[in-house]
Design a protein around this ligand. Structure first.
Ligand code: NAD
Ligand code: ZN
Length: 360
């Protein structure tokens, strides 16, 4: 059966026509009908979607690879499967299942990158809210083999931001070569990725030095278990501060979740020999400048980490479902998206904003 749900022909969607252009909230955007779904596609009626800083990069168009236009952004969606394309074989999900939509909407699953578990680097990967329409709409087309099952008991709005922010920092930490009791510095710790990184780092047994700005973000980071707070706007010598806390030796690792290039500055300097810099934050045009001499001399590893694969998503969600990591968020209507972007630009969003599709 394609569907047993009543699906409207039109819906509310947030659309950008051109990079840097006005964000329009349309009430009459077409919904793809179940008959039009290709095999392997499904239609998901969204409960909500997190708003990630990557959506703002897409809306502004400040990344080297431009998004598809016009574009419906969004890639932290949770909702119900309401239709499945005809001739879909062995679908792992069925009508009525609650699922999550991630940044990677689909990948070929057969190339070398996919086989090695780097589905996000598949040349055929589709990016939700970047190369295909995403979750800033009520009904999104997705792919049965790629959606993430959401465990019962984890509310949709509590799960949404695990699907990008959570997965991304979870994978970066998993590959960070850190051990129990190691120090990790997290620039951007009060933001969407950062506040989840503090929590996943804590359950990995790491000692967290949180860097961000403002008293609200400070309170959140300390409440979530950071041992040391550094305000990057007030403190001019971050290297000295990090060294002081770490007995003069420097931190074992840094996970940069800041959206600005400044978050990367000094990381090589405050890492101890053998340290690892995990790069998550994605400023569009900045370059990473590091002293080659000290990178070699201190045996530093610099490592890019891009979202996660399907398994990372299931693991990150499972940890959240067990209550070990919690997204700090406020619910707002989709119509507020422009204001949410302004909040990101001004740095006033503490944790995440989740757009609730039932709020009009
Ligand atoms: P956010 O706006 O919620 O958080 C960013 C935080 O960085 C803010 O709290 C801000 O105050 C802080 N910050 C800014 N400059 C800083 C500095 N110099 N030092 C310390 N903190 C600083 O953004 P987000 O949604 O968490 O995303 C962060 C970045 O990660 C974005 O560039 C986004 O595109 C990128 N991202 C990357 C991946 C990936 O796969 N690697 C996935 C998702 C998002
Ligand atoms: Zn994201």
């Amino acid at each position: 059966m394609l569907t047993d749900y009543i699906i409207p022909h039109t819906q509310i969607a947030a659309i950008i026509e051109e990079a840097g252009g006005d964000l329009q909230i349309r009430k009459d955007h077409p919904v793809k009908s179940p008959e039009e779904l290709a095999p392997g596609e499904c239609l998901v009626k969204l409960d909500c979607s997190g708003a990630c800083h990557s959506d703002l990069h897409a809306a502004i168009g400040d990344w080297p690879v431009p998004p598809r236009l016009p574009l419906i952004g969004g890639h932290e969606g949770v909702g119900i499967v309401v239709a499945i394309g005809k001739n879909t074989v062995e679908s792992p999900v069925k009508l009525g299942d609650r699922v999550g939509i991630k940044w990677i909407a689909n990948s070929c699953l057969n190339c070398e990158q996919c086989r090695k578990g780097r589905e996000q680097n598949c040349v055929k990967a589709l990016c939700s809210g970047y190369t295909v329409d995403g979750t800033f709409q009520e009904y999104v087309v997705s792919y049965v083999n790629y959606v993430t099952p959401i465990p019962e008991g984890l509310p949709s709005d509590a799960a949404a931001s695990i699907l990008c922010a959570g997965v991304t920092v979870y994978r970066a930490l998993k590959n960070s070569q850190t051990s129990l009791g190691d120090w990790i510095v997290i620039p951007g710790a009060g933001g969407g990725l950062g506040h989840l990184a503090v929590q996943y780092a804590r359950i990995r047994g790491l000692r967290v030095i949180a860097i961000d700005t403002g008293s609200e973000k400070k309170n959140l980071c300390l409440k979530l278990g950071a041992e040391k707070w550094i305000d990057f706007m007030e403190n001019k010598d971050i290297v000295k501060e990090v060294r002081e806390v770490t007995d003069g030796l420097g931190a074992h690792s840094a996970l940069v979740t800041a959206s600005s290039s400044q978050g990367y500055e000094q990381a090589i300097e405050y890492l101890r020999p053998g340290g690892i810099l995990m790069c998550n934050g994605l400023p569009g045009s900045a370059t990473l400048s590091a002293s080659i001499f000290f990178t070699v001399f201190k045996s530093i590893t610099i490592c890019g980490s891009y979202v996660g694969n399907r398994q990372d998503a299931i693991e990150a969600i499972d940890i959240a479902a067990r209550g070990l990591v919690k997204v700090h968020f406020v619910n707002r209507p989709l119509a507020d998206l422009k204001d949410v972007y302004n909040g990101m630009i001004n740095g006033t969003i503490v944790g995440r904003v989740v757009l609730d599709m039932s709020k009009k």
